[in-house]
Design a protein around this ligand. Structure first.
Ligand SMILES: [Cu+2]
Length: 119
């Protein structure tokens, strides 16, 4: 599933659209606060959460995209449908991941959920 993860990231990058070369200062890691809803979780080669997020500081407007998560303990706080608050650690627009995840509202029970995962 590596290909899927890679193309997903590529899509996010396209969607987020960097304009022109980034200044040297954007090579530093910057922390932004983010709130959003977890739509989908992927746990194959890389842990990724697809999140419908609100405005993220001056880094990015509201949209739906995939965020990698580096820490398994952080990833396991997430569930599909949950509303969360997290820190986006970003270095420019090309490198980013989620950290400091807090669940604001747990996922609602879904009667159609069979509990099966197709991963
Ligand atoms: Cu985005």
């Amino acid at each position: 599933m590596r290909l899927l993860a890679v193309s997903l990231l590529a899509l996010s990058l396209l969607a987020c659209g960097g304009s022109g070369p980034e200044p040297v200062s954007s090579r530093e890691w910057v922390e932004y606060e983010m709130e959003g809803e977890v739509l989908e979780l992927k746990d194959a080669e890389q842990m990724i959460a697809i999140i419908d997020h609100g405005q993220i500081g001056d880094w990015m407007g509201a949209m739906t995209m995939g965020f990698p998560i580096r820490d398994r303990e952080q990833f396991e706080k997430l569930s599909e449908g949950a509303k969360i608050k997290a820190a986006v650690m970003a270095r420019g627009h090309a490198e980013y991941y989620l950290d400091k995840i807090e669940v604001l509202e747990a996922a609602e029970e879904r009667p159609t959920d069979t509990g099966e995962s197709e991963q």
